[in-house]
Design a protein around this ligand. Structure first.
Ligand code: HEC
Ligand code: CU
Length: 330
């Protein structure tokens, strides 16, 4: 995708013509209409007071648009996704921030608040329909990961269900401390190191597979090795962006270190899930991914599928494993 954007505080008007000249030069040969900046003013108040107004925008692919966001009540923060990498940061009460951009790929985009601003904060979202030249929107893509879970009959909401409770009882007393030395000492079937296997299996499955390949190890040793196996691909991964997404969009409920103890944790109909080794023992990464993208019906877990790209979502899943198993965990 080809994206141009310029973040500028309202007060800096001097650079405007330079910026416009650049935009126009990049657009040479395109229709005159495209050269004009289409300005859209968007007022922001808490979701209880109406959220974004207007909340639905229609623009043309390739059109240069300037969004001006104005906070009228409390501090908000605005990001636009998926895949645009746009985050305007905090907008204080009475302040206006703007962004000038042109989105070349038609589709449906979301602008959203990523600063906890009220109990209904996460509802503070708006939609940008980016039409192609024919005035049409491309059809929405299905998510192959969620489709595969559905096809396999895996209900992402019942992952906590009876089966889970029964299994957890067996493992409740196992403390899981990643043990790389133990992992190195064990026989590890190759398939356990493939990304596909890891995404579609839980830690308990890894423990069982290690058990089968290495008879007469203690459960604690096997669990430590499995946890180290889970962390292996994360050692070299750059999860800086995922950590920032988590801090802005998830920590208010799930807690900064994933203990389920964020400042808004008491406001949700169901308690926010803790991201600890024991809590995630039976969780498949693809189920966590699906839950993040689709949300938890009626539980208070918002859906993030219209905000983040699949890649950003996988990075968040990795980050959850780091919170659960990484060195920062108690
Ligand atoms: C408004 C509060 C709230 C916010 C914000 C929130 N969550 Fe949740 N989340 C919940 C609640 C409540 C649950 C438990 C209900 C459920 O599993 O559906 C949950 C469950 C989950 C689960 C399922 C865990 C499991 O063990 O099955 C995942 C994964 C998750 N959240 C990830 C995230 C991520 C990542 C973010 C940020 C991008 C986030 N959540 C933001 C409230 C929230
Ligand atoms: Cu907010």
């Amino acid at each position: 995708m080809h994206l141009r954007f310029f973040l500028r505080p309202l007060t800096l008007t001097s650079g405007l013509f330079l910026v416009m000249a650049l935009l126009v030069s990049l657009n040479l040969g395109e229709r005159t209409a495209r050269r004009q900046v289409h300005v859209i003013d968007i007022a922001m108040s808490t979701a209880e007071q109406g959220g974004f107004t207007p909340a639905r925008l229609r623009i043309q692919a390739g059109q240069t648009v300037r969004f001006r966001f104005h906070s009228s009540d409390v501090a908000h923060a605005v990001a636009i996704g998926p895949g645009l990498g746009l985050d305007l940061g905090v907008i204080a009460p009475g302040e206006t921030k703007e962004v000038t951009l042109s989105i070349d790929r038609p589709g449906v985009y979301t602008f959203y608040c990523n600063l906890w601003c009220s109990p209904e904060h996460w509802r503070m979202r708006g939609v940008i329909d980016v039409f192609n030249a024919d005035g049409a929107l491309p059809p929405a893509n299905n998510d192959p990961v969620i489709d595969a879970l559905t096809a396999a009959g895996i209900d992402i909401d019942s992952a906590h269900g009876a089966q889970q409770a029964a299994h957890s009882a067996d493992h409740a007393d196992v403390s899981i401390t990643p043990n790389a030395a133990m992992l190195a000492a064990l026989k590890v079937p190759d398939i356990l190191r493939t990304p596909t296997w890891k995404r579609t299996h839980a830690l308990v499955d890894a423990i069982a597979a290690l058990d089968a390949a290495n008879p007469s190890q203690t459960e604690a040793a096997l669990a430590g090795a499995a946890a180290a196996l889970w962390l292996e691909p994360l050692q070299d991964a750059d999860l800086t962006d995922a950590a920032a997404l988590y801090a802005k969009n998830c920590a208010a409920c799930h807690g900064a270190s994933g203990r389920g103890d964020g400042m808004a944790a008491s406001l949700t109909p169901a308690p926010p899930a803790p991201f600890t080794a024991t809590a995630l023992l039976e969780r498949r990464s693809d189920v966590l991914y699906a839950k993040i993208r689709r949300g938890g019906m009626g539980t208070g877990m918002p859906n993030f599928g219209t905000l983040f790209t699949p890649e950003e979502t996988w990075a968040l899943v990795d980050y959850l494993w780091l919170l659960a198993l990484g060195e920062t965990s108690p």
